[in-house]
Design a protein around this ligand. Structure first.
Ligand code: CAA
Length: 383
């Protein structure tokens, strides 16, 4: 209804936040985006700039030292960073993904211990769900946690872990009762410094090259029992509930990179002259721009609607989070591909940012659940 519409319309505060994060992104993140991609290195400048402005993990509640920004504000931060550098946008996005299990289901002690350093910018958080043989079928994981007195002992391998090695803290889903499949999985906080934790070589990827993706190995990692997040056997539920909220941050990345590519291409076609006039004066180009803009507007409306559902904890969040992620990421791929087309041969070179944006956009159709998985989720939760 119309009441819902009001709630997901950005407020004046959201608009002010957007202005602030856009200036910061253009001044302190955009200048490094090309180098971060070319050198496949962590965007330390972006990290430091985000931390200096308290924008690296805005979702952390105030009582744990955070800014307690709402879901829409978090989306706006990620969107604006992704508009100039998708790799850098994984800092606020994965900080939310990794820590949300603690926010949603962790004990008071866990929240105090782990959210404070995150909010301060002293530690980052990663999320360890996928494994070499368990991607879309997340409940088919093999990583095992076995109780030993006051401790749990973890063994296994997690794959595709964003910001692995850079993060201090890891939310790890592991099997505590193999007979119960999804009801026999529990979630834990593991620290990088825990004995037996190590990392694989960085994956060589098509895009988001600035964000390290590595395997994480657990070799007899002994952690105190109070590092369990929530009750034993609730880890899969926590993992899924987390993704309901954080798939919206992937939609935000997709929206941001689409907007960045559109803005660049729109400006380019006004400058570029062929046949004696700006190519923007040809209707074929105008129709492409109109379609790109239309798709971005629709993706933004759905993403903000999902963010409002996330903030309110609405019953249709599972559906809307999957829909926003699926739709916005498809739009990102279409719009960035069209942006390359609008720049022609120049667009295909590394002298212009749109080929990077097209490569970066692709991952948004894959991670936090492929778009095929999103359709399964939507179909099981149709409104
Ligand atoms: N909210 C609440 N409960 C949920 C839920 C949700 N969103 N999703 C599932 N559940 C519950 C189900 O109701 C069910 O409970 P009951 O048995 O009591 O009915 C239980 O959890 C098991 O669910 P399913 O039977 O639906 O489980 P499934 O094995 O069929 O899997 C799936 C469902 C949707 C395919 C799920 O496995 C999935 O989401 N897969 C994709 C995993 C994914 O997104 N991975 C991304 C990793 S993060 C990432 O990319 C890393 C990064 O660094 C960016």
């Amino acid at each position: 209804g119309s009441a819902d519409f009001d709630l997901y319309r950005p407020s004046e505060e959201h608009d002010m936040l957007r202005d602030a994060i856009r200036s910061l992104a253009e001044a302190k993140i955009a200048p490094y985006a090309t180098a971060v991609d070319e050198e496949a290195r962590f965007p330390q400048e972006a990290h430091d700039a985000l931390v200096a402005s308290d924008l690296h993990a805005v979702h952390v509640p105030e009582e744990y030292g955070g800014t307690g920004a709402d879901a829409l504000a978090t989306v706006i931060v990620i969107e604006e960073v992704a508009r100039v550098c998708v790799s850098s946008s994984l800092i606020p996005a994965v900080n939310k993904l990794g820590s949300l299990p603690v926010v949603l289901s962790g004990s008071e002690d866990l929240k105090k211990k782990y959210l404070g350093p995150l909010a301060k910018g002293d530690a980052m958080f990663s999320y360890c769900l996928s494994e070499p043989e368990a991607g879309s079928d997340a409940a088919g994981m093999k990583t095992r946690a076995v109780r030993d007195g006051d401790h749990w002992v973890l063994n296994g391998v997690k794959r595709w872990i964003t910001n692995a090695g850079v993060s201090e803290y890891y939310t790890v889903m592991a099997v505590t009762d193999p007979a119960k499949r999804s009801k026999g999985i529990s979630a834990f906080v593991v620290e990088k410094s825990d004995e037996g934790v190590s990392f694989g070589a960085p994956e060589k990827k098509l895009g988001i090259k600035g964000s390290p993706t590595r395997e994480v190995y657990f070799d007899n990692v002994r952690i105190p029992a109070d590092r369990m997040i929530g009750e034993e056997g609730t880890g899969f539920l926590t993992a899924m509930q987390t993704l309901d909220h954080t798939r919206i941050t992937i939609a935000a990345q997709a929206l941001g990179v689409a907007q960045g590519a559109f803005d660049y291409a729109k400006n380019y076609v006004q400058e570029r002259k062929q046949f004696g006039k700006a190519i923007a004066d040809f209707q074929g180009i105008q129709f492409m721009l109109a379609d790109m803009s239309m798709k971005i507007s629709a993706a933004r409306a759905l993403t903000y609607q999902a963010a409002a559902a996330s903030e309110r904890g609405d019953a249709d969040l599972t559906y809307l989070g999957a829909a926003a992620k699926c739709f916005a990421s498809d739009v990102a791929m279409e719009v960035t591909t069209d942006a390359v087309q609008l720049l022609g041969g120049y667009g295909y070179t590394r002298d212009y940012p749109v080929e990077r944006m097209m490569r970066d956009a692709k991952i948004t159709q894959i991670y936090e659940g492929t778009n095929q998985v999103q359709r399964i989720v939507m179909a099981r939760n149709l409104p």
